[in-house]
Ligand binder design. Structure first.
Ligand code: DON
Length: 564
């Protein structure tokens, strides 16, 4: 039994209390009537609540939630990984994108995962320390706390340190992942000792303590950047990685830098979209798809025609992702052209209303050049109107499934997000080209897309895990919000996806009616029902008319959104 229901009920009671005393003119002053946090685990939500209650703002809460997620979802994100944090500063009405993405170590080479014949070696970019990029999350937490927070970093990290010290109950997602990753885990004694106590997968509810992670968090809390990237923690990370065949060097850690970037903006039917810029493919893809769709009166079309157009928009945007996108600090990406309405008009001209476009018929890529169990997204709006959308990751389940001894840190396997070999699919079946090739210090292309939607109706903070499907999931949620959906509806929506290659529409049961399925097939789409759920979306919305802030939790995951 998952022991959090009581906590949820308590928060609901608090919600009622706060809403009753909220000032009636809150909406008129563009001040939310309340705050809300939606995250993938109730203990992470509670960590954020604790920080808001002790005088922190949304940014302090984001640090607390991120760090707590590292403890309660060790399979999804953590200090050994990276992420993107999209911030809205209410006072100055400014949006900031904090890029804490991992980078390739200095010793990385384009062919590092290939055999002598030039073919990818199975597992090399996914399992063990060679698969790990240099983590960015610890630096991002230090950056967010010092530049935007109100509280000291140590205060915001305190709930996570407590959770790691006292232990958290193992839950089904944790244990499923341990079953899946056992073989790889066996090569990492420190990982085994932490997550397979006595050599066995823990029973649901068994308390998992992570004292070494608590100590690592403590060093970060007291020493900031140097507490992770230099000194004791860094030495243990590098020694552990190198002893197990990895290539990290002390300079890789000491030289890691967070980047602040201008978010990518677009507009569609009176709504402004503020989303992730490169090295995420999310913002570019979303704006491209919305620009393509802007040429149609979707509301006037039947379900099959509307979904057909969505699929064709996805196909074209994901194709461009494969060809053009990569770390903007390393490659020149024609972003302005890609997000220009004229360019979308050109893409639209090849769309037929009555036929699917075979992906192979679009000009070939010049190769010169879950499903949501891993990775995590949270959304926060505080009572001052500050917002954070954070999508954090160690890539696939338990990342590289490797823990350098004495650190408690699970390393990412984000190197697989690079194009390991041009034209060869990665874990998420994405193909790429030179723009996303491996290079020292380069950030691997991501799909993580924390996004704000803004219109006269209000504001929504949207995002989800789900690998390559993240971008299409955020698109579907965006269109729902435009149609008036609330947070709960947006996260529950049945989803479908096309990513150019493979040339197939995958969908969740219920995403299409039988009639729509038949109509899409008749147009020539290849349709494949997915056995897996898509994503674990956490949305917070703020309605300007009522002032109310609401959290929506994805029924696919054990997600909790609480309002208080
Ligand atoms: O950055 C990315 O696009 C991926 N590493 C995200 C992985 C992910 O969402 C896994 N979840 N199912």
């Amino acid at each position: 039994m998952f022991p959090f229901h009581q906590h949820t009920r308590l928060c609901c009671a608090l919600l009622l209390a706060v809403v009753l005393v909220a000032p009636a003119d809150a909406a008129a002053r563009r001040q939310p009537a309340n705050a809300a946090i939606a995250a993938a685990h109730p203990l992470a939500v509670a960590a954020g609540e604790e920080i808001l209650a002790s005088g922190g703002n949304a940014f302090d809460a984001a640090v607390a939630v991120s760090a707590a997620l590292a403890v309660v979802e060790p399979y999804a994100s953590g200090l050994g990984g990276g992420g993107f944090w999209l911030l809205h500063l209410a006072k100055s009405d400014r949006d900031v994108f904090v890029d804490g993405r991992e980078v390739a170590p200095a010793a990385a080479t384009p062919g590092m995962y290939l055999d002598a014949a030039g073919n990818p070696v199975a597992g090399l970019s996914l399992d063990g320390p060679l698969a790990a990029g240099i983590p960015g999350e610890p630096a991002a937490l230090v950056h967010i706390a010092s530049r935007y927070g109100r509280l000291p970093l140590a205060r915001s990290l305190a709930p996570a340190i407590r959770l790691a010290e006292e232990g958290v109950p193992a839950h089904v997602r944790m244990t499923l992942g341990l079953r899946f990753r056992r073989q790889v885990a066996e090569k990492s004694p420190a990982f085994m000792a932490t997550f397979y106590p006595g050599g066995a997968i823990p029973a649901e509810g068994a308390v998992i303590r992570q004292p070494e992670l608590a100590a690592t968090l403590h060093r970060l809390a007291t020493k900031g950047f140097d507490g992770f990237y230099r000194g004791e923690t860094a030495e243990r990370l590098v020694a552990g990685v190198r002893a197990a065949g990895g290539i990290w060097a002390p300079e890789d850690l000491a030289g890691y830098r967070v980047r602040e970037r201008e978010p990518l903006r677009g507009s569609y039917r009176g709504t402004t979209l503020v989303s992730a810029p490169l090295p995420s493919a999310g913002g570019v893809g979303l704006v491209q798809m919305l620009n393509i769709l802007a040429g149609y009166d979707l509301g006037a079309l039947d379900g099959a025609a509307r979904k057909h157009l969505l699929i064709e928009a996805m196909r074209r945007a994901y194709r461009d992702r494969s060809i053009y996108l990569g770390d903007p600090d390393f490659v020149a990406v024609p972003v302005e052209q890609l997000v220009h309405p004229f360019y979308a008009a050109g893409l639209r001209s090849s769309i037929r209303l009555d036929r699917a476009t075979p992906s192979a018929s679009l000009a070939a890529i010049d190769t010169d050049g879950s499903d949501g169990r891993d990775t995590t997204h949270f959304s926060i709006i505080d009572a001052a109107g500050n917002r954070v959308g954070g999508t954090l990751s160690i890539n696939t389940w338990y990342g590289a499934t490797f823990m350098p001894p004495g650190t408690g840190v699970v390393l990412n396997n984000e190197m697989d997000d690079f194009t390991v070999k041009a034209g060869t699919a990665n874990w998420f079946e994405l193909v790429g080209a030179g723009a996303n090739a491996i290079a020292p210090g380069k950030r691997m292309l991501s799909s993580m897309s924390p996004t704000f939607l803004e219109s006269t109706r209000g504001v929504a903070v949207v995002g989800t895990p789900g690998g390559s499907r993240i971008i299409s999931m955020v698109l579907l949620a965006t269109l729902q919000w435009l149609d008036g959906a609330d947070a709960a509806t947006m996260v529950s929506l049945k989803r479908f996806h096309h990513q150019y290659e493979p040339d197939v529409v995958t969908y969740e049961d219920g995403a299409f009616t039988p009639g729509e399925l038949a109509a899409l097939e008749a147009r020539g789409h290849r349709l494949q029902r997915s056995e897996r759920n898509y994503g674990n979306m956490n949305v917070v919305t703020w309605d300007f008319a009522t002032g109310r802030v609401e959290a929506g939790m994805d029924p696919r995951g054990r997600v909790v959104g609480q309002v208080y």
